[in-house]
Design a protein around this ligand. Structure first.
Ligand SMILES: [Zn+2]
Length: 218
């Protein structure tokens, strides 16, 4: 699994590690599709793919989409033509079940994958998340420390009011951590055993982290 990963990468990292931001930047740099699982699920439902139709039944009644349907939506996405030269997975796999399914999928095609594990110290994450602001008008994201708006509390783009997302409140952060620890952290062990993980120092600025990733994979 370690060899032959070509340009297939999984981005792993706890809430606030900047995983989504980095996945997007690196995908653009390498000219690869950024496969964000949240968007993939929404697109599958919207486009009424076979798995998307299944998923919709659960979403409509506010239930969690079963694991096998999530796996099916991921595979539908990986089967699309734009994945030939590689891709960056963001938000998938999220559990050992999903990791095993992905491994089987790749093995049957004699392909490998490499995991980039963004490591951040806990204090840093809490500081980053609690300083994050979102625009109530256009959903633009700001950070009071690293990317402040020109006028405090007001969106540069649309003049909308900025607020702290419920997800970013300290009590919620603790819960998000617990979920990450329980479900996603075991993936680090899983991929370490397979020699398919690269640890990335993700404590610095966005630019520093991007450089760390580029150095690690080039
Ligand atoms: Zn705005």
């Amino acid at each position: 699994m370690d060899g032959n990963h070509d340009n297939r990468y999984i981005f792993l990292g706890p809430p606030g590690s900047g995983k989504g931001t980095q996945a997007k930047i690196i995908a653009e740099k390498l000219g690869l599709p950024h496969i964000d699982m949240g968007s993939t699920i929404r697109a599958a439902i919207r486009n009424e793919t076979p798995a998307g139709v299944e998923a919709k039944r659960f979403v409509e009644v506010g239930e969690l989409v079963p694991n096998e349907i999530v796996i099916a939506m991921a595979e539908e996405r990986l089967n699309q033509d734009d994945t030939q030269n590689g891709y960056i997975l963001d938000g998938y796999p999220r559990s050992l079940d999903q990791a095993r399914a992905l491994e089987n999928y790749l093995k049957s095609r004699e392909l490998g994958i490499m995991v980039l594990n963004l490591q951040v110290t806990v204090g840093n994450i809490i500081e980053r998340l609690t300083s994050r602001l979102m625009c109530s008008g256009c959903s633009a994201v700001y950070n009071t420390k690293t990317n402040p708006p020109k006028v405090e509390g007001v969106c540069d783009a649309c003049g909308g009011k900025l607020f702290v997302r419920a997800d970013d409140k300290p009590e919620t952060i603790q819960n998000r951590f617990k979920t990450y620890e329980d479900e996603t952290a075991p993936l680090i062990g899983y991929y370490s055993e397979r020699g398919a993980i690269i640890n990335i120092d993700a404590d610095g600025s966005i630019e520093n982290i991007t450089n760390n990733i580029v150095n690690a994979i080039s």
